[in-house]
Design a binder for this molecule. Structure first.
Ligand code: UGA
Length: 499
């Protein structure tokens, strides 16, 4: 069974509604889902997507070109740290609703509807690299050649408007020999966020379908019927654009929250007091307004760069989108300046960096803000000691791959415990708001040479911040400008006094 934490917020009252696959099939009024679903690519998007369909009663066959990954997943092991995903995989395998194919032909024989969940990474010019998607479409198309029934191929990868019909369809047609109406092609972007993948895949806010043939709209709507969520059907290019527009809006909110936090610091006010109140306006809403060292991850930056490149190609200057990217880089610089000031100059200081994953709940370090902060500290002559509850090894590998050997022996140390990272430190910098950092026990501050916590997420509990055994400097708060807490209005006072 999937742990209820993985599904927190799955229902309006927060209770978990996950039932076993068998229960779910029985409870689906629309009856069993027709046909078998094939999922190409079993990475961050493909694996949860496949398991989501299996959980909701479909029969699913997954395939990945990496044989080691296929074997790993078939054995029931998940390649990424993600709450609830191992249980979802175990459920799918045990119920024989999910299995892994060993070849393209096995996959093509087994399924009718295929989801392409292949990466579309950034090229140096910001545009997306369609290499994997082209190759996957070609291989799948060839495997579908000669089959009698009409296959439906759905692009889940994030692609710029026009790619599904303009690039993927022609490749599939050429390779399969099926043309026009003999082949269904659709887009179905994903909105899965890491750390909450299981919830997002089982209970999406909405399903977006880009379709050009009513038969495909109908088949996909039936496939998603057991999810009981709104299904929005539209032309294919519109669905492709929904994905980019969504990430652009979310990234814009974070960037704006970060800019307001800089002004809040300079004005001696608390950014959360300001933005919680701003978020009470229903036109604005409360989510994605938490200031920090800038957004990270593999999606926002890549997608915004793709939008800018697409704008350039179409001669549309996307001024706001460019500004978001610039503002995000500036925020990491701002975060380091805050650290540097708080510690009285980073040179020769020992700085403990707590949190390396780009957000809590994942071991993904792609685009993590910890990296520019660590690099800036090293450039300034600091020694850094790093800790993360799950992402230490991934960060170590990524960091080494990009920078080779550290310049000075001992300038970067990877620590298995927080105590180890804090030993003799002049500052603890909290980058990723893992819940386990929130209490900052006294034993931790006792390890430090000068107990100072620079909290880039305001993740320390409010009752801990001014406990007295360390100095707390929170990004976006008066403390960042050296203002004593007594003169600041606590956020709760504002939140309660609504009038
Ligand atoms: C994002 C979107 O939220 C998903 O809907 C989308 O499917 C996914 O990208 C994708 O395109 O594949 P993800 O990057 O996994 O998901 O994580 P987010 O929760 O969006 O966080 C992105 C970054 O913004 C993180 O570094 C996070 O710490 C930061 N953030 C988020 C803030 O600094 N403040 C906030 O208020 C919210």
């Amino acid at each position: 069974m999937i742990p209820s934490e993985a599904l927190a917020g799955a229902t309006p009252d927060g209770s978990s509604t996950v039932r076993s696959i068998a229960d779910r099939r029985a409870a689906t009024p629309e009856g069993p889902v027709p046909g078998t679903v094939g999922v190409v690519g079993l990475g961050y998007v493909g694996l949860p997507t496949a398991l989501g369909f299996a959980h909701h009663g479909a029969s699913v066959v997954g395939f990945d070109i990496r044989a080691d990954l296929r074997r790993y997943i078939a054995r029931g092991a998940t390649p990424v740290h993600e709450p609830g995903l191992p249980e979802l995989l175990r459920d799918g395998l045990d119920a024989e609703r999910f299995r892994v194919a060993r070849s393209w032909s096995e996959l093509a024989r087994a399924a009718d509807t295929f989801f392409l969940c292949l990466p579309t990474p950034s090229r140096p010019d910001g545009g997306i690299d369609l290499g994997a998607l082209r190759a996957g479409s070609e291989r799948l198309g060839r495997a579908l050649r000669g089959r009698s029934s009409r296959p439906l191929v759905v692009v889940k990868s994030t692609v710029v408007p026009g790619t599904t019909e303009g690039t993927v369809r022609p490749i599939l047609e050429r390779a399969s020999g099926k043309v026009g109406p003999e082949l269904g092609v659709a887009a179905n972007p994903e909105f899965i966020a890491e750390g909450s993948m299981v919830h997002d895949v089982l209970r999406p806010e909405r399903v977006v379908l880009g379709v050009s043939d009513p038969r495909d709209a109908e088949a996909l709507a039936r496939l998603y019927a057991p999810f009981h969520v709104p299904v929005c059907s539209m032309p294919t290019a519109a669905a492709e654009l929904v994905k980019y527009a969504s990430n652009a809006f979310l990234a814009a909110r974070v960037a704006l929250a970060n800019e307001i936090s800089r002004l809040a610091e300079a004005s001696g006010v608390d950014v959360d007091t300001v933005l919680t109140t701003v978020g009470r306006d229903p036109r604005i809403g409360p989510s994605f307004l938490s200031a920090g060292p800038g957004f990270g991850g593999s999606c926002f930056e890549k997608d915004l760069r793709a939008l800018v490149a697409e704008g350039r190609r179409r001669k549309i200057p996307l001024t706001v989108v460019k500004g978001i990217l610039r503002s995000n880089d500036e925020q990491a610089e701002h975060a380091f300046r805050l650290i540097d000031r708080a510690v009285g100059g980073a040179r020769r200081r020992r700085i403990a960096v707590l949190g390396l994953a780009f957000k809590p709940g994942t071991d993904d370090v792609r685009g993590t803000r910890a990296e520019p902060i660590v690099r800036a500290a090293l450039r300034a002559g600091a020694r850094v000691r790093l800790h993360d509850p799950v992402a230490l090894e991934k960060f170590r590998r990524a960091f080494r791959d990009r920078s080779g050997r550290p310049r000075r022996r001992g300038s970067v140390e990877f620590c298995r415990s927080v105590e180890d990272a804090l030993r003799g430190a002049d500052a603890a910098v909290l980058v990723t708001p893992w819940p386990e950092y929130g209490a900052f026990p006294r034993a931790w501050s006792r390890e430090m040479r000068s107990p100072l916590v620079v909290d880039l997420r305001r993740a320390l509990r409010e009752d801990v911040r001014y406990r007295g055994d360390f100095l707390w400097v929170g990004l976006g708060t008066p403390s960042a400008a050296g203002i004593h807490p007594e003169s600041a209005t606590p956020i709760s006072a504002v939140a309660e006094d609504g009038r």
